[in-house]
Design a protein around this ligand. Structure first.
Ligand SMILES: [Fe+2]
Length: 166
């Protein structure tokens, strides 16, 4: 499947949950933009885009099963769900395993072993910070301590209007 087809499948899977749909579209857009600006190779770009689209796949299951979308549960449930979700997409086993790994670690900031993982975290943060109005201090902290790519830093600075006083 193409990215557009996987997007279509994920929107169908989300079944009218506009909040979740808006969120992953936003994360996908930031991830895709950062990855292109950072010149990721085609294969890693594809893996990252699939992971961005599917990263919160366990949200509705976690709300039902645990009553919240706590990060750890989401990571555990997400990895399994995404393997099943991607099983009919024609992706290789190796590609699906990497996406499952990223979905299973998208709230984990230590041990980051690739640009795909790094950029997924950066893109998810920018989306979450804008959706939930994180404080300027929180954003500055994250930019300094967790963000690694120049593209994510400059995007975040622009989104949150931090250029002039940094
Ligand atoms: Fe997210």
């Amino acid at each position: 499947m193409t990215i557009a087809q996987i997007m279509q499948k994920m929107i169908a899977f989300s079944d009218g949950n506009i909040h979740d749909i808006d969120h992953f579209i936003r994360v996908w857009t930031y991830a895709r933009t950062i990855a292109q600006l950072e010149h990721l190779d085609k294969e890693m770009q594809f893996i990252l885009e699939v992971a961005a689209i599917t990263h919160d796949i366990a949200c509705s299951l976690c709300r039902e099963k645990y009553g919240n979308t706590n990060g750890k549960h989401q990571e555990e449930e997400g990895a399994g769900l995404v393997r099943e979700f991607l099983s009919d997409t024609g992706m290789t086993k190796q590609q699906i395993e990497r996406v499952a790994y990223l979905v299973g670690h998208h709230h984990t900031f230590i041990g980051i072993d690739g640009q795909d993982w790094q950029i997924l975290i950066e893109a998810d943060y920018i989306a979450n910070a804008s959706e939930n109005s994180y404080s300027e201090q929180n954003v500055r902290n994250f930019m300094q301590k967790v963000m690694k790519t120049e593209s994510a830093r400059s995007l975040a600075a622009a989104v949150f209007g931090l250029h002039n006083r940094s």
